[in-house]
Design a binder for this molecule. Structure first.
Ligand SMILES: Nc1nc(=O)c2c([nH]1)NC[C@@H]1CN(c3ccc(C(=O)N[C@@H](CCC(=O)O)C(=O)O)cc3)CN21
Ligand SMILES: CC(C)C(=O)C(=O)O
Ligand SMILES: [Mg+2]
Length: 272
C-alpha cells in the first residue's frame, strides 16, 4: 500500500499580491493556537493572523496592550505547527517596536526565528516608518495596519469609526502610500468608511485587507472566535456570525455536568 502524502501549495506574500492583480479576494482569519489553526488552515484560508487580539480573546485583557512578545511567540509557534498552506502573519505587540527601529527589528527577528512565521504586522504609518524600513531591509515581510489601531486606543478613547473627517482621511491615504513605497506587502484597514477604503485599495498596488472597511477592498479579515460566535458579547456592525458556538458549547457543557451529577456518564460501554 502506498502512502499518498497530501501536497499543499504554500501561499506566499507574492501569492497575495497576485490575487489582487487577478481580482481574487483574499480570505484571512485569526488563530492563536494549534487546534484552531488546523481547522482554519484545512478550510483553505489564504492567510492566518496571529493577532494581538489574543490579549482579549485568549487572556481576557480589556485591550491588546498587555500581551508580551514572548506570549505572541508562543501563540505564533503553535499556529505555525498547524498551518500547512496558509501564510502566517504575526502582530508585533505594543511596546516591542515603538521605541526605536533597532528594537523593532530585534522583535521582528525574534518572531521569525522563534515561531517560524512568514511575516509580521505593525500598526501605524509615518510615525513608524524607520522601523518598517529596517524590518523590511532584513528581508522580513511587513503588513501594515491603519484606521482603527487598537494599540493606540488610549489616544482616541473609543473604538468608533476612524477617518470620517477629511484631515484624518488624507493622513490615512498618505500613510497607505508610504507603507507601499517602503515595501509592505499588504495593509489592514480597520473600521473606516467603505468609500475611503475603496479609494485606498484603488490607489495602491498591494492588497488591502479590510475589517469593517466595506466590500471594495482586496480581502477580509475577522477574529475567528467572533465569526464562530464564541465571543457573544461582541457584536460590532462589521461582524457576520456563521455559528453560535457560545450557545452550542454552553449547552454541551451543561449536559456533561448534568450527566456526571446524574451518574449517566460514564455508562458501562464507556468503562473498562
Ligand atoms: N474579539 C475581538 N475581535 C476584534 O475584532 C478585535 C479584538 N477582539 N481585539 C482587538 C481589536 C479591537 N477591535 C475592535 C473593538 C471594538 C470595535 C467596536 O466596533 N466596538 C463597539 C463600538 C464602539 C463605539 O462605537 O464606540 C461595538 O459596536 O461593538 C471594533 C473593533 C478589533 N479587534
Ligand atoms: C483585528 C485584526 C486585524 C488584528 O489586528 C488582531 O486580531 O489583532
Ligand atoms: Mg492586532
Amino acid at each position: 500500500m502506498s502512502v499518498v502524502k497530501k501536497e499543499y501549495k504554500r501561499i506566499t506574500v507574492k501569492s497575495l499580491v497576485e490575487m489582487k492583480q487577478n481580482g481574487e479576494k483574499i480570505s484571512m482569519l485569526t488563530a492563536y493556537d494549534y487546534s484552531m489553526a488546523k481547522i482554519v488552515d484545512a478550510a483553505n484560508i489564504d492567510a492566518i493572523l496571529v493577532g494581538d487580539s489574543a490579549s482579549n480573546v485568549m487572556a481576557g485583557h480589556e485591550t491588546t496592550l498587555p500581551i508580551t512578545l514572548d506570549q505572541m511567540i508562543y501563540h505564533a509557534s503553535s499556529v505555525v505547527r498547524a498551518a500547512k498552506r496558509a501564510l502566517v502573519v504575526v502582530d508585533i505587540p505594543f511596546g516591542s517596536y515603538q521605541s526605536d527601529s533597532k528594537e523593532a527589528l530585534r522583535s521582528a527577528i525574534r518572531i521569525m526565528k522563534e515561531s517560524g512565521a512568514h511575516a509580521v504586522k505593525v500598526e501605524g504609518g509615518s510615525e513608524i516608518k524607520e522601523s518598517v524600513g529596517r524590518i523590511l531591509q532584513a528581508g522580513i515581510p511587513v503588513m501594515g495596519h491603519l484606521g482603527l489601531t487598537p494599540q493606540s486606543i488610549y489616544k482616541f478613547g473609543t473604538y468608533t469609526v476612524r477617518a470620517k473627517e477629511e484631515e484624518e482621511a488624507q493622513k490615512l491615504k498618505d500613510d497607505a502610500k508610504l507603507l507601499e513605497e517602503l515595501g509592505c506587502f499588504a495593509i489592514v484597514l480597520e473600521k473606516i468608511p467603505a468609500k475611503l477604503a475603496k479609494e485606498v485599495a484603488e490607489s495602491v498596488s498591494i492588497p488591502i485587507i479590510g475589517i469593517g472597511a466595506g466590500g471594495h477592498v482586496d480581502g477580509q479579515v475577522l477574529v475567528v472566535h467572533d465569526m464562530l460566535g464564541m465571543t457573544h458579547e461582541f457584536h460590532p456592525r462589521f461582524l457576520r456570525r456563521y455559528l453560535n458556538l457560545y450557545d452550542e458549547m454552553s449547552n454541551a457543557i451543561s449536559q456533561y455536568v448534568a450527566d456526571v451529577k446524574s451518574k449517566d456518564f460514564p455508562n458501562d460501554e464507556e468503562s473498562y
